[in-house]
Design a protein around this ligand. Structure first.
Ligand SMILES: Cc1ncc(COP(=O)(O)O)c(C=O)c1O
Length: 351
């Protein structure tokens, strides 16, 4: 007996994207070597390309966004220090506490409206030198911001925090898992964002459609420290050119198309906003993530998701009555129409 339709429209995450034909070809023909010996020419090429694109000295390929964040925390601090981060940030919410368990840091969360903490609040969190307080070492930002619904931090907002960081001798790090979504939506060169931070990471494995991989980017010195910590964490890879090859294709060909995902997300958000019982803040839909509140429907998140799934639509819950949908390559306008109709029928069914 078939319960679910065969055609699934998967809006859970942009991580479900599959490599393109060109990426698979690039993997097939990649020149390989042992990357722990720094002898994989394809990895070396990707790292040079990433550093150039971000306007930094060097880059390092790592296995995942979570590993990139952890290595950056370790490379920017010493154990026992304090790291200031946004209260809804991925590092704080979704990385299994690695910030404390492995990096040995005290995370100090700051609340914000849309992912951009105010410079004043950041400054207040930097307490004076005192025997009772851990030394503050690092400020982390996230762009685009996942839990706030793909919201963007503009370069001027980051710059204001950079000035606070500089005044107090702290480092500024950016979790730029989806930094190209921000740059494309703002129609600016990504360097306008990256020049505001000391170092950052971005993911190949999300909207850019690669199967694996993230890149850390920063100074030569930072990347050398990071390379050592990557080894400590068991992330030193051998013929990693098979991961790097699609990464090069991604950086060369997959960035401009993100605008389609953003347009589809806006279309989805507008469709949803017309449905009674659902609340959505259209201002928060700035890139490829759409978050909305279903408390007016009188059903649980699990029931909502199950009813959608029966109609072939997959989504995620990110908190009580809060649903998240993400657009990505492979999701076309007709899929968005289908998703809106499915949500409408779940709503009609529930109210
Ligand atoms: C903002 C942000 N940072 C980090 C990560 C972690 O990436 P990964 O799933 O590759 O570990 C994610 C994943 O969704 C993310 O959204």
């Amino acid at each position: 007996m078939k319960i679910y339709p065969e055609e699934i429209i998967d809006l859970r995450s942009d991580t479900v994207t599959l490599p393109t034909e060109e990426m698979l070809e690039a993997i097939r023909h990649a020149e390989l070597g042992d990357d722990v010996f720094r002898e994989d020419p394809t990895v070396n090429r990707l790292e040079r390309l990433a550093a150039e694109k971000m306007g930094k000295e060097a880059a390092l390929l790592v296995t995942s966004g979570t590993q990139a964040n952890l290595i950056s925390l370790m490379s920017n601090t010493k154990r026992g220090e304090l790291v200031i981060l946004e209260a809804e940030s991925h590092i704080y919410w979704y990385e299994a506490g690695g910030v404390s368990m492995i990096a040995g840091l005290l995370p100090w969360p700051i609340e914000s409206y849309s992912g951009a903490p105010s410079p004043q609040k950041v400054e207040e969190a930097i307490r004076p030198q005192n025997i009772h307080f851990p030394n503050p070492a690092l400020i982390c930002l996230e762009n685009t911001h996942n839990r706030h619904g793909g919201t963007i931090l503009r370069p001027d907002q980051i710059k204001a925090i950079k000035e606070v960081a500089k005044a107090h001798g702290l480092k500024l790090y950016l979790d730029g898992a989806r930094i190209f979504n921000a740059a494309v939506a703002l129609r600016i060169d990504v360097k306008e964002i990256t020049r505001q931070v000391d170092n950052l990471m971005f993911c190949l494995s999300k909207s850019l459609c690669c199967p694996v991989g993230s890149l850390l980017v920063g100074t030569f010195e930072f990347i050398e420290r990071a390379r050592k910590f990557r080894k400590v964490l068991g992330g030193g890879m051998r013929q990693a050119g098979i991961i790097a090859a699609p990464g090069i294709v991604a950086l060369e060909t997959m960035i401009e198309r993100l605008e389609e995902d953003h347009n589809n997300a806006k279309h989805l958000a507008q469709g949803i906003s017309k449905l009674e019982g659902i609340r959505i803040d259209l201002k928060s839909v700035q890139t490829n993530i759409v978050c909305f509140d279903i408390s007016g429907l009188g059903i649980s998140d699990d029931m909502f998701l199950l009813k959608l799934k029966k109609q072939g639509i997959l989504a995620l819950t990110i908190g009580k009555s809060r649903i998240r949908m993400t657009t990505h390559k492979g999701i076309e306008k007709n899929h968005i129409e289908e998703a809106i109709s499915a949500i409408e029928s779940v709503k009609n069914d529930s109210m």
